[in-house]
Design a protein around this ligand. Structure first.
Ligand code: SF4
Ligand code: SF4
Length: 423
């Protein structure tokens, strides 16, 4: 796949920047500002820097670092009374940086390999997943961890890497699953990229839950990675190529909805119309996208359920709560499960520090946020942590290993799957 660059024109727009009246009401919602108490690492400070660059100031290392340290969690967007579209601004700022900066040869090769070749290619992802699986089952992972051969930094990244779940979900791509209850809807499931390897069981549970709710679930062959990681990295042109592939694969399928179980993907899929401005098919596509929680809550999900005896606490995924403004649906679904006790944590919509590949790139900040998140979770006494995004699940599992009390981390859909399974 060609085109790992952003294109000229991908930069914060003056009209978007001018909406900010610098009131500062977003500051306390910002995880990086809460940690560092630095204006330049707050939403208002970042917007101020974007205005400077937009007015002709050069892109400096300092600007790059402050924009890069942003989690793109969009909590500031929720907090802002002036309707500043911060997510759009930071994505455009990153594209502008990408477009106007030179990267080292090594960095460029790595980004091209990951963003252009690995993520959009199911066969390559399967090979990488098989290698990851072999690394674990061969005992090599244990040996590497025991010897500490990777050193502190690489060792930390290695521990945060997702595991491969055999068999991969890829074998289901191209299939159609009939409903297991009275037929009501025809939906398409976008299975993700890494999720097909590392969250294969979650994807299977998602299909079962939709089937149990009267859905025929189609998993179209020609779908590809949604491009969310590309958008966050400033690679908007590559994201546009992926968006067009997904639109071609799905938009004319006559589906009632296009479903995703990943909040980060859902947020980008719902914004394909912004990514591909003035594209009627992109608008139609975005209008069909539903997060699985949102969809199930909207259809009054009501298959018979058995008790699930657990106390859970729900962590809002930033791209569901702030990006898509979906907060009530997952909580409603959890409340419907008999036997389940739901306890709210303090600041459930404050970022856990996952943010795509942020935890690998800015591990220090990410782990500081995770530690605080785990304190809030531990205080609830819940024995399970529930969320709505595979990336958050990985981060929270790392949080449990470091600071937790052996809590199990699940997606909302996995709880529903359990409730339906023995009924
Ligand atoms: S982004 Fe919104 S809340 Fe934050 S300073 Fe600007 S106008 Fe105020
Ligand atoms: S997106 Fe999140 S980290 Fe970035 S400025 Fe807004 S609140 Fe802060």
């Amino acid at each position: 796949m060609a085109g790992s660059k952003a294109v000229a024109g991908d930069a914060p727009r003056r009209a978007d920047l001018d909406k900010c009246v610098h009131c500062g009401l977003c500051m306390n919602a910002c995880p990086t500002y809460r940690e560092l108490h630095l204006e330049m690492d707050s939403p208002r400070g970042r917007i101020y820097q974007m205005v400077q660059v937009s007015s002709g100031a050069p892109i400096t290392d300092s600007y790059r670092e402050h924009i890069d340290l942003c989690l793109a969690c969009r909590a500031c967007e929720t907090a802002c009374p002036s309707g500043v579209k911060y997510g759009r601004l930071v994505e455009a700022a990153r594209a502008d940086i990408e477009n106007r900066s030179e990267r080292s040869f090594g960095s460029q090769i790595l980004r091209t390999a990951v963003f252009d070749y690995l993520l959009p290619n199911r066969a390559l992802l399967s090979v990488a997943g098989a290698a990851l699986h072999l690394y674990r089952v061969s005992g090599l992972q244990r040996a590497v961890r025991a010897t500490g051969i990777l050193g502190a930094r690489l060792g930390e990244i290695e521990r945060l890497a997702p595991e491969a779940e055999m068999p991969f979900f890829n074998r289901n791509i191209g299939r159609v699953f009939p409903p297991t209850a009275e037929r009501k809807y025809r939906v398409a499931f976008l299975a993700g990229c890494i999720a097909n390897i590392s969250f294969a069981r979650l994807n299977e549970a998602t299909v079962r839950v939709l089937q149990a709710n009267g859905c025929e679930v189609s998993i179209p062959e020609d779908q590809t990675c949604c491009g969310a990681l590309h958008v966050h990295a400033g690679l908007r042109e590559t994201a546009r190529l992926l968006a067009r592939r997904n639109i071609d694969a799905l938009v004319d399928g006559g589906f009632d909805a296009i479903i995703t179980n990943a909040a980060g993907c859902g947020s980008t899929l719902k914004e394909y119309d912004e990514l591909l401005e003035d594209d009627e098919r992109a608008k139609r596509f975005s209008g069909l996208v539903r997060d699985v929680n949102e969809f199930l809550a909207s259809i009054g999900s009501n298959p018979p359920m058995r008790e699930v005896r657990a106390t859970v606490t729900y962590q809002d995924s930033c791209h569901l709560a702030h990006g898509q403004r979906v907060r009530r649906a997952p909580r409603e679904l959890l409340k419907r499960v008999p036997g389940l006790i739901v306890k709210e944590m303090q600041t459930p919509d404050l970022c856990c520090g996952s943010a795509g590949i942020y935890n690998v790139v800015h591990t220090g900040m990410s782990m500081a946020l995770l530690e605080k998140k785990m304190q809030a979770i531990n205080a609830t006494g819940a024995d399970r942590i529930v969320t709505a995004n595979p990336g958050c699940m990985l981060q929270l599992r790392a949080g449990v290993a470091r600071h937790g009390h052996n809590q199990r981390v699940s997606h909302v859909v996995e709880i529903l799957d359990e409730a339906y399974s023995a009924s």
